[in-house]
Design a protein around this ligand. Structure first.
Ligand SMILES: Cc1cc2nc3c(=O)[nH]c(=O)nc-3n(C[C@H](O)[C@H](O)[C@H](O)COP(=O)(O)OP(=O)(O)OC[C@H]3O[C@@H](n4cnc5c(N)ncnc54)[C@H](O)[C@@H]3O)c2cc1C
Length: 294
């Protein structure tokens, strides 16, 4: 397996990739690469792909990968499957790229063009065991002379992530359209804080402006696998539920007893979340206080 690593001050990182299973790392380590620039990054990857002619090329379905992959695929004149949640390589080395669609999983293949390209949703594959004794090759890439310069970085503002990260949270509270308004959303936020849980959401919560896109769970968002998932005021649409299949225990709170979400979870509460959630939050607070006193 060959990997490409681009950035600045990253001379130590190839060792980690090799420990994780890479046989060869193509390393672009240069101040010119310290900030992600789509056209420049694409240029380097396309040049390398033309030389190496890989059969398969995978990128993470991160905000960067989702932008970079189509740029690279278009220049290589090949296909691209976005946000795959599984991959299967058949006996003819055709890659089945699986995405959730039409109420199930759909396999997309690219039988003629090469490389076969896909972006992979985060969290769908387990992290490999690290083997510090593995050996591999690091090849230093030369930077192209001309930096495509249509983007000029004027300032970098780093936003510190708030609360518990979704990817590693043991408990996730996810809110949906049933929150109703910002006050209802605040109640769900309070529940998550009280449980020391990460706060996730469905698409409508993003559309309403209650939650950030980075906290959306599902087909177009994050894949999560907490010990406990609590879905509040959401209907259990496939595009969301595909993101939580790895959860060990699932609970739903919904005011419609016939909601399809109840067929997919372990425990259900049929109630108005606007009334139930604040009471639940208070009870948990009381319970936590008692635990401290004991
Ligand atoms: C290509 C594509 C990709 C998508 N990707 C994603 C994705 O990654 N993630 C995602 O989440 N969505 C995604 N969607 C959108 C998805 O199809 C659904 O529209 C969305 O998940 C529904 O969100 P919801 O359950 O919050 O809203 P709704 O489906 O509107 O459900 C709201 C639920 O809240 C309940 N409710 C209402 N009021 C209350 C109350 N007071 N108390 C308790 N319950 C109440 C209702 O009974 C209902 O079940 C995608 C869609 C497409 C087409």
């Amino acid at each position: 397996m060959e990997t490409v690593l681009l950035g600045d001050n990253i001379l130590e990182q190839p060792r980690e990739l090799i420990a994780a299973g890479a046989d060869r790392v193509y390393l672009g380590n240069s101040p010119e690469l310290s900030f992600y620039q789509p056209e420049f990054y694409a240029k380097i990857i396309v040049k390398l792909a033309r030389e190496r002619k890989p059969q398969i090329m995978l990128l993470g379905s991160t905000s960067m990968g989702r932008e970079l992959a189509p740029l690279v695929a278009a220049r290589l004149k090949t296909g691209l499957t976005a946000h795959c949640i599984d991959l299967v390589l058949d006996e003819n080395r055709i890659l089945e790229q699986k995405i959730p669609a039409y109420g199930g999983l759909l396999s997309i293949i690219c039988p003629q063009k090469r490389p076969q390209m896909a972006t992979i949703a985060s969290g769908v594959f387990p992290k490999p065991d690290m083997d510090a004794d593995r050996t591999g090759e690091v090849i230093h890439l030369e930077m192209p002379d001309d930096v495509p310069g249509r983007i000029e970085i004027l300032e970098v503002v780093r936003e510190e992530p708030e609360g518990v990260p979704l990817e590693s949270a043991p408990i996730i509270v996810a809110g949906g359209a049933g929150a109703g308004d910002p006050d209802g959303w605040q109640q769900i936020t309070d529940l998550a804080k009280t449980l020391n849980a990460a706060l996730g959401c469905t698409r409508p919560a993003v559309d309403e402006g209650w939650a950030a896109l980075e906290t959306m769970i599902g087909q177009s968002g994050k894949m999560v696998s907490p010990e406990c998932y609590i879905g509040v005021g959401l209907s259990g649409e496939l595009q969301h539920m595909v993101g939580i299949v790895g959860s060990q225990m699932m609970i739903a709170i919904n005011n419609d007893a016939k909601s399809p979400v109840f067929e997919q979870v372990d425990f259900g509460v049929v109630d108005d979340c606007r009334e139930f959630v604040p009471v639940l939050t208070e009870k948990i607070k009381e319970y936590k206080e008692k635990q401290v006193i004991c």
